[in-house]
Design a protein around this ligand. Structure first.
Ligand code: PMP
Ligand code: GLU
Length: 402
């Protein structure tokens, strides 16, 4: 028994953050690195949202606030959920935290008991499983396939549910695959969750990429598609992605009051309120003009199409076209077993991304981190010129494998 908590041995540092940090360090050392590893938009935070921070500072909004959000922000979230999702919530059903990550963490840590199972479609975002493990729960991965557009099939969800299942964590559009579910896709999953034998399962829907949807696909969320699930659904969302506020750390969730209270209890003994200034930025983000989102999305679609087309021209890669988020998730099965010009044998997708960074200076995240191998995640939230150059390098890297 060492000095550190045993629970820490159950988890790893966030792989997405680790790769982005490594890329930043190599760049600082003067290496020519193109980083497509970070899950964040390259666009600046809109001006009106920045101005709201300045106004809040000047108005002296620098004191502690209510632990899980100022009333003005809760009101803005209530209005947003009604406007965008047709969902009715009271302010007492809203929890605001320091990023979507804290909100998820609060929800899981406030509810998990040893042995509780949490189902998540795989591939999925790196932090779900580790937060579950930290909470003493057991992550259960429900596999998806590239052939099904990385969308969870109802049979796979049903098969994953046991008596011990506490939560089904769902994410559309998905990090890392970009898979986006239509209302009809969701209905098939909610039908499974409505079955008598599955009534004990709660749903945590991570709607973080809600606004980043393309090709005319309309966003839908579980409590909206199936109102009978409202009482056991936590609808989580945040400001990081669509509002270009990743570093500012603001996320929220809406759900049944007892759960929201439990999450608040936990937060009151950890961080207390999210930054007072950032909460005022959140009020402006949600209540202010939304037109920049469509403009950003136009650029995202162009970049997606460029990256998908160029990656599909790389030897041994196969890249589907997803309809949401700012990620693509190509399979690198065709590169496994091959050797790089520097003599490195590629046995796994982690070998692939490590050699790609080493030999061509392109940073992407290995599929193993998302429980989906052999593949890797490319974030196309970068300028067209750096995306083009990165894809040329990836094509060269793949073409040189023997
Ligand atoms: N959910 C998903 C699917 C994410 O990709 C992220 C971060 N990229 C989060 C939640 C957490 O977001 P944040 O803490 O930055 O609000
Ligand atoms: N979630 C983003 C990503 O997947 C940011 C880093 C993190 O929190 O994992 O890259």
């Amino acid at each position: 028994m060492g000095f550190f908590a045993e629970s820490l041995n159950r988890i790893s540092p966030s792989a997405t953050i680790a790769v982005s940090t490594k890329a930043r360090q190599l760049k600082a050392q003067g290496r020519d690195i193109i980083s497509l590893s970070a899950g964040e938009p390259d666009f600046d935070t809109p001006e009106n949202i920045k101005q709201a921070a300045i106004a809040a500072l000047e108005a002296g909004k620098t004191k502690y606030t209510d632990v899980d959000g100022i009333p003005e922000l809760k009101a803005a979230i209530v209005a947003k959920l009604k406007r965008d999702n047709g969902l009715e919530y009271k302010p007492s059903q809203i929890s605001v935290g320091t990023g979507g990550k804290q909100v998820l963490y609060n929800a899981l840590l406030a509810t998990l008991n040893p042995g509780d199972e949490v189902i998540m479609p795989a591939p999925c975002w790196v932090s779900y499983a580790d937060i579950v493990l930290l909470g003493g729960g057991k992550p259960v991965f429900a596999e998806t396939t590239m052939e099904n557009g990385y969308k969870l099939q109802p049979e796979a969800l049903d098969a994953a549910i046991t008596e011990k299942t506490k939560w089904f964590v769902f994410n559309s559009p998905s990090n890392p695959t970009g898979a986006a579910y239509s209302a009809e896709d969701l209905k098939k999953l909610t039908d499974v969750l409505l079955k008598k034998k599955n009534e004990h399962v709660w749903i945590l829907t991570d709607d973080m990429y809600e606004h980043l949807l393309y090709d005319g696909l309309e966003f839908a969320t579980i409590a909206q598609v199936e109102p009978k699930l409202y009482e056991r659904t936590l609808t989580m969302n945040g400001l990081s992605k669509a509002y270009c506020m990743t570093g500012l750390r603001l996320g929220y969730a809406a759900g049944p009051e007892p759960l929201i209270k439990a999450m608040c209890k936990l937060q009151s003994q950890s961080t207390s309120n999210p930054s007072s200034i950032v909460q005022w930025m959140g009020v402006e983000a949600l209540n202010g003009p939304q037109d920049f989102i469509a403009k950003n999305n136009q650029q995202f679609v162009e970049r997606r199409d460029l990256v998908v087309s160029m990656l599909n021209q790389a030897k041994g890669l196969k890249c589907p076209t997803p309809q949401g988020a700012f990620y693509v998730y190509p399979s690198c099965a065709g590169a496994i077993g091959k050797t790089t010009p520097k003599g490195v044998t590629i046995n796994t997708d982690e070998d692939f991304v490590t050699a790609l960074l080493e030999e061509e200076g392109v940073a992407v995240v290995h599929g193993a981190a998302f429980e989906g191998s052999p593949a890797f995640r490319v974030s196309y939230a970068a300028s067209t010129s750096s995306l083009k150059e990165a894809c040329i390098r990836i094509q060269r890297f793949c073409g040189n494998l023997r």
